[in-house]
Design a protein around this ligand. Structure first.
Ligand code: B12
Length: 218
């Protein structure tokens, strides 16, 4: 099976919410030596972008979105240990606390970012999704991370990123941690506007940005 056929098949499996095919093709892709991140970016994410378009055009409704997310997660579960295997044994590059802001349950992107950060040598504390502002603040206080990663997938939840930054200031913790934001509607301009230190467009970019924030060169 050609690589492009596998990528197309993976995209289609997400589009149709077919977790059986998603699993089968993910295993096939790995056995053909395709890198896990390529499987995510060129296959699964491509399908999810199409799902988003269909939802916008009202061709898809919530149930289709949920099935697509399930198929994506089925594949991601297989890929996570593979991505971690790629990690070279060495001292951790730094500690990252990451989560999806309050009122937002979209956690696929955050999970990919966390997995890529871990695969690159960062230690991560994943707070999950729909995380109350106070939980981010408390975890920064307790865990002393180098970076706090905030994910938001909706225009309506983007302001929560700003709220976390303000709450860190109020708690006297803002200078102790670099804040990196991301998510489909988020931009570098938004990051600058709310006083974040960094922004990542996708998971690869997040790793580059995290290293830059901590002054780590490759
Ligand atoms: C799948 C999906 C769902 C699934 C989520 C399942 C899950 N466990 O995540 C379900 C079905 C639950 C869902 C629910 C809803 N959804 Co929805 N959903 C989507 C969809 C189709 C795809 C999102 C996704 O997973 N993308 C794939 C991943 C890989 O990409 P990503 O998340 O962007 O992440 C990448 C980057 O952004 C970046 N990144 C992400 N986080 C971070 C963090 C950091 C620190 C960094 C550096 C980088 C980074 O790196 C990631 C990897 O490359 C989007 C469409 C879209 N265009 O985004 C709509 C979308 C986000 N949903 C939308 C809506 C409206 C909803 C609902 C309100 C629907 C409803 N009526 O109930 C609910 C929201 C519930 C809630 N309170 O959150 C809207 C939001 C509109 C807006 N206001 O902005 C969208 C845009 C669809 C649309 N066009 O209308 N949804």
């Amino acid at each position: 099976m050609a690589r492009d056929e596998i990528f197309d098949g993976l995209a289609k499996a997400v589009l149709l919410g077919d977790d059986t095919v998603a699993e089968e093709l993910t295993r096939k892709a790995l056995s053909e030596g395709i890198a896990p991140y390529e499987i995510i970016e060129k296959g699964l994410s491509e399908g999810m972008r199409e799902v988003g378009r269909k939802y916008e055009e009202r061709e898809y409704a919530l149930p289709e979105l949920m099935l697509a997310a399930e198929a994506f997660y089925t594949a991601l579960k297989i890929l996570e240990p593979e991505l971690k295997k790629e990690r070279r044994e060495r001292k951790t590059l730094g500690k990252v606390v990451i989560g999806v802001v309050q009122f937002d349950v979209h956690d696929i992107g955050k999970t990919i970012v966390r997995t890529m950060l871990e695969a690159s040598g960062f230690e991560c504390v994943d707070l999950g999704r729909d995380v109350p502002t106070e939980d981010f603040v408390q975890t920064v206080r307790d865990e002393h991370p180098d970076i706090l990663g905030l994910s938001a997938l909706m225009t309506t939840t983007m302001p929560e990123q700003q709220r976390v930054i303000e709450a860190l200031k109020e708690a006297g913790l803002r200078d102790s941690v670099k804040v990196m934001v991301g998510g489909a509607p988020v931009s570098r301009e938004w990051a600058e506007r709310i006083g974040a230190d960094g922004y990542g467009e996708d998971a690869i970019d997040a790793v580059v940005e995290a290293k830059k924030l901590l002054g780590i060169s490759d």
